[in-house]
Design a protein around this ligand. Structure first.
Ligand code: SIN
Length: 286
C-alpha cells in the first residue's frame, strides 16, 4: 500500500511504500497514475534501480521515446537520456545544459511527451547541502490564475514551438554543437494550441514555454512577443512552483502536459551530477 504526501506547493507529492525495482501490481500502478494526475509531479525517494529496471517500470506507462541526441544517451540504452556535467575521456557523458530554460519535454514534437521519469544517480553536494535543484511549475494552476482577457486572447490560438530556436538559444555565452541536417529535418517547427486540454483530467494547461515557443499565431509580431513575455513571467511565479531538492536514489515522474520545469545550475565540476531520464510517448495536443 503506497502513501502519498502532498508537497504543500501547487504541485508535487512524495510517494513511499513501493519498490520500483520490482514489478508493480495493477492496483498500485493505478494508484501511482492517479497520484501523477492529481499532483503532476511525484517523487519516490530511496530507489535503487538498474537501467533495465528504470526502463521496465517506465514501460508500464506505455511506449518510450528514443532521444534525437543519441550521443547524449547511455551507451546501449537508446531510451535513457543522460543529463550530467561529467566529462569522461574528454567527452560529456550526457547533456550538460538540459533544462536551462523553462520547458516541457518534447513540446516541439508533433506528439509531445506525456511524462518523464528522472532518476538521480549522483547529486552535487556543497557544505552538506545538495545543489542542482529542479523547479517545476503547474500549468493547470498557472492557466486558472490568468486574467480573463488573457484567456480570451489565448482561446483556440496556436503557438509555434521550435526545437531549433530552443537549441540555438544562448546559454552562458557558450556555443552549442551544430545539429546535423538530418537531426534538424526531424524536428520542424510545430503548431500546438497555446492552451491544451489534459487528456486524463480534462483540465486546461498553459502550453507555451520560454525555451521553445517563438510566436502566437494570428497576433501582430509585437503583441505576440509582449503576450508571450507576460506568460513566461507569470508561469514561473512562486505560487505555481515546487522546487525539488535532490537526494541520490530519488526517482521523479513529471507530467509534461500539466507542468514545465527548469534546472538550477548552481554547481560545477568537480561537483558531479548524473541523472537519467526515460521519456514517455504522448499524443497530439488538443
Ligand atoms: C531536464 O530539463 O530534462 C533536466 C532537468 C534537470 O536537470 O534538473
Amino acid at each position: 500500500m503506497i502513501t502519498v504526501t502532498p508537497s504543500g506547493a501547487a504541485l508535487g507529492a512524495r510517494i513511499t511504500g513501493v519498490d520500483l525495482s520490482k514489478p508493480v501490481d495493477p492496483a498500485t500502478f493505478k494508484a501511482i497514475e492517479d497520484a501523477l494526475h492529481e499532483h503532476e509531479v511525484i517523487v519516490f525517494p530511496e530507489q535503487r534501480l538498474t537501467p533495465e529496471q528504470h526502463i521496465s517500470f517506465s514501460r508500464q506507462f506505455g511506449e518510450l521515446e528514443e532521444h534525437l541526441r543519441q550521443d547524449r544517451c547511455r551507451p546501449g540504452y537508446p531510451e535513457l537520456f543522460v543529463v550530467s556535467n561529467i566529462i569522461e575521456n574528454g567527452k560529456p557523458i550526457g547533456s550538460t545544459d538540459a533544462g536551462f530554460f523553462w520547458h516541457s519535454d518534447l513540446c516541439y514534437a508533433a506528439e509531445p511527451s506525456r511524462g518523464s521519469l528522472f532518476y538521480a544517480h549522483e547529486i552535487p553536494m556543497q557544505d552538506g547541502q545538495p545543489k542542482g535543484d529542479t523547479l517545476f511549475a503547474s500549468m493547470t494552476t498557472a492557466y486558472d490564475a490568468l486574467p480573463d482577457e488573457t484567456k480570451r486572447t489565448l482561446h483556440e490560438r496556436k503557438a509555434v514551438n521550435s526545437y531549433f530556436a530552443g537549441y540555438t538559444r544562448e546559454r552562458n555565452g557558450a556555443p552549442r554543437a551544430a545539429l546535423t541536417a538530418e537531426q534538424r529535418a526531424k524536428v520542424p517547427d510545430m503548431l500546438h494550441p497555446a492552451v491544451r486540454t489534459h487528456p486524463a483530467t480534462g483540465r486546461k494547461c498553459l502550453f507555451v514555454c520560454e525555451a521553445y515557443t517563438t510566436e502566437l499565431v494570428g497576433l501582430e509580431a509585437q503583441e505576440s512577443s509582449t503576450v508571450l513575455e507576460q506568460l513566461f513571467e507569470h508561469l514561473k511565479e512562486d505560487r505555481f512552483v515546487y522546487r525539488h531538492r535532490w537526494a541520490p536514489g530519488d526517482f521523479l515522474i513529471w507530467d509534461n502536459c500539466a507542468t514545465q520545469h527548469r534546472a538550477v545550475i548552481d554547481y560545477e565540476l568537480p561537483l558531479r551530477r548524473r541523472m537519467e531520464r526515460t521519456t514517455l510517448r504522448g499524443a497530439a495536443p488538443f
